[in-house]
Design a protein around this ligand. Structure first.
Ligand code: AMP
Length: 443
């Protein structure tokens, strides 16, 4: 086992089946994935993955007869030096999927090793589990692992780090603590793994993760495992990964799972400014901005057009004649029009794969319409994001939608803070109110 050792080419796993989610498309050259490959992967054996004899013997010894799909997909990519985003849930063998290639590529010829791999996990339990998996698959006389998490005396961990270790597994808070104390040296780090990245973000580790990633060497390999690929993860990937290969192992990825859905608490009077803030921040590839009425749609379109916020704005509603509507659809399909302000006339059935953003400028009257509107993005497994402006009087309507989709819309805190700031500057007498009667968690 030796870092960057030359490995035989893996058996055709890389080309043609790496699944690029649309948003990540912007990061680098896209590859495609096909369902057929999924089957092929399952038939693979570990000895087709270019692993060392030593590793093959270990896997046999611990009873891993053949790679799980996530292992068959991820291992060759990691060994070929790619950054990888693996969409995989716990229980799919994802730990070994990154542990095996890391162990294969460690440089073990150093007397007092500095960490070469750092694995961040959301909880102590997971960190311990990951460390155990590394230990199971390696010789303790050769590979030293260390687990850093809170609630344990830091002194012991410092002693371990001082003795030298190849692999560090830890929770973000404690890892930051060690970085700040100077007890964790990341100069020699090659691998950074974000395990269960979505959970880490859910429980508020984002600032810590970013801090850690900023401290790690730029030249490194970053692996990210996550059960879902929400927008926040893709943003993280965009910032901290180099042309990651994205592989999706969640089988039935229905559109709804690939759409991140947010709401913003916006008073009627601030909707236009909020839309501008949103568009400016998001820079959507293509967006549909939905309004309730034809008149409202036309007004918003004219305002956007006049203000030249975006030059490529169009509109579509039932008051336009058919040929104007057809022309507009053609321009939107071809990408000439990037922002389409529309009524629910485009809410159903229209299939435009590049729509990255749905903005409900007016929340729809019927929750069914919400589902149809949002379904205009996230098509063909692509990633999409939907934002809904909810006025303080529309808590009920928001709840209805949430019951319909059986999930809660998330507040977009960053943008909400900006909107709140505009409100306090421009309308100081307007009290800050949350959507009323929102029926939380009764889904
Ligand atoms: P994980 O998704 O990493 O939490 O793994 C789930 C369980 O699957 C763990 O108990 C692993 O030990 C086990 N496991 C992982 N890979 C394999 C494999 N290739 N064959 C059999 N069991 C495995």
């Amino acid at each position: 086992m030796g870092k960057k050792q030359q490995l035989p080419n893996s058996p055709g796993l890389i080309s043609g089946h790496t699944y690029w989610v649309n948003r990540v498309n912007q990061l680098g050259d896209p590859n495609t994935v096909t369902k057929k490959i999924e089957k092929r992967k399952q038939k693979l054996a570990f000895d087709h993955l270019g692993l060392s004899d030593e590793m093959l013997a270990t896997l046999k010894h611990i009873g891993y007869e053949k790679p799980s799909p996530v292992q068959a997909g991820v291992i060759p990519l990691v060994m070929d030096d790619f950054d990888v985003i693996g969409q995989a849930r716990t229980g799919t063998g994802k730990t070994a999927a990154f542990a095996i290639p890391i162990l294969e590529m460690l440089d073990l010829d150093v007397e007092k090793p500095k960490p070469q791999a750092l694995i961040l996990a959301p909880t102590r339990e997971l960190a311990v589990q990951v460390e155990n998996e590394f230990r199971r698959m390696s010789n303790p006389d050769e590979v030293r692992c260390c687990c850093l998490y809170g609630g344990r005396p830091i002194r012991q961990q410092i002693t371990q780090l001082e003795r030298g270790c190849h692999v560090v597994v830890g929770t973000p808070g404690r890892v930051i603590d060690h970085l700040n104390r100077g007890t964790l040296n990341v100069d020699q780090l090659w691998f950074v793994v974000l395990d269960e990245a979505d959970r880490m973000l859910d429980i508020g580790f984002r600032p810590d993760i970013e801090k850690i990633l900023r401290r790690c060497p730029k030249e490194r390999q970053t692996l990210l495992l996550s059960a879902t690929l929400p927008y926040s993860i893709l943003q993280l990937a965009k910032r901290y990964m180099y042309r990651p290969k994205v592989i999706n192992f969640s089988k039935n990825s229905v559109a709804a799972e690939t759409i991140e859905q947010f709401y913003l608490n916006v008073p009627e009077q601030l909707k236009y400014q909020s839309l501008n803030l949103l568009l400016e921040r998001e820079q959507p590839e293509q967006a549909i901005v939905f309004c309730r009425t034809k008149l409202g749609t036309e007004r918003l379109y004219r305002k956007l057009f006049k203000d030249e916020v975006f030059t490529d704005v169009g509109t579509l509603h039932g008051d336009m004649n058919q040929s104007a509507r057809d022309r507009m659809m053609k321009n939107f399909r071809s990408g000439k029009v990037k922002i389409l302000v529309a009524t629910d006339v485009v809410g159903r059935g229209i299939d435009i794969t590049n729509v990255s953003h749905i903005i409900n400028y007016d929340i729809p009257e019927l929750s069914d319409d919400y589902v149809h509107r949002v379904g205009r993005t996230g098509r063909m497994g692509k990633q999409g994001v939907a934002f809904s402006f909810v006025t303080p009087m529309q808590g009920d309507e928001l709840s209805k939608i949430e019951r319909k989709i059986n999930s809660e819309l998330l507040p977009d805190e960053d943008l909400q803070a900006q909107i709140d700031e505009v409100r306090s500057e421009t309308m100081p007498n307007l009290p800050k109110k949350k959507p009323k009667n929102r029926y939380r968690r009764a889904l």
